[in-house]
Design a protein around this ligand. Structure first.
Ligand code: E4P
Length: 219
């Protein structure tokens, strides 16, 4: 399973890269705004900085346009920024049509804002490279985000769809483990959830004891 970090914060991307396990980055307009980045020129410059940091990893950059022509124009501009760029397109009618166009023209896509198996089938038919079901937001309305990943994974495997399932809107380390068990190909997570995977009290207790025993005879 690939690990992406879900942020536009350069320090957090660097920290996850330092761990040696990062395969890419996902961003969205809210995450860019959180970093205070505005204006097309600045936003594109920021994407270039992210692409430089990730050393060949995929970087999802989301279009703002919601009409077919606008999505195509914007997607091409984003894709021209770097070969790392994956054009992130919302699951709407013109978005699906645009994903088909990008697929035919060799441009990688991430179909975002996915909340149902039906949407997942449409995105796969359009040839999306990645599909982003938002599991945390599904949980927020008391449906089951992980069950959605399981359902999509089962359909994709049965139908032989090549689209990779990118579990998004991850809220905890447990979500990461559950997404892996449910058949996600990729998880995109906040830094805190990635780092949370490190934690276990028995590791801390065990390490303290090993060091204590060593130092009894070696100090
Ligand atoms: C996916 O690519 C989105 O950027 C993201 O995972 C949304 O997460 P949120 O529901 O925590 O905003």
């Amino acid at each position: 399973m690939k690990f992406f970090i879900d942020t536009a914060n350069l320090d957090q991307i660097r920290e996850a890269m330092d761990l040696g396990i990062l395969d890419g980055v996902t961003t969205n307009p809210s995450l860019m705004a959180k970093e205070g980045i505005s204006g097309t020129k600045n936003i594109y410059a920021h994407y270039k900085k992210i692409c430089k940091l990730v050393d060949g990893g995929d970087v999802s950059a989301e279009v703002i346009a919601t009409d077919y022509k606008g999505i195509i124009e914007e997607g091409k501009k984003l894709s021209d920024l770097s070969e790392n760029i994956v054009v992130k397109v919302p699951m709407i009618k013109d978005g699906v049509k645009a994903i088909s166009y990008f697929t035919d023209h060799g441009i990688s896509t991430n179909c975002t804002l996915v909340f149902s198996a039906g949407q997942a089938i449409l995105a796969a038919k359009a040839g999306a490279t990645y599909l982003s079901p938002f599991i945390g937001r599904v949980d927020d309305i008391t449906w089951d985000g992980i069950k959605l990943i399981e359902e999509i994974a089962s359909i994709y495997s049965m139908q032989g769809y090549m689209t990779e399932i990118l579990a998004a809107s991850i809220r905890s380390p447990l979500h990461i483990v559950q997404a892996a068990k449910a058949g996600a190909d990729v998880v995109t997570c906040p830094l805190s959830s990635i780092m949370g995977l490190l934690n276990h009290p028995l590791t801390d207790i065990g390490l303290a004891k090993f060091l204590e025993d060593h130092h009894k005879l070696n100090s």
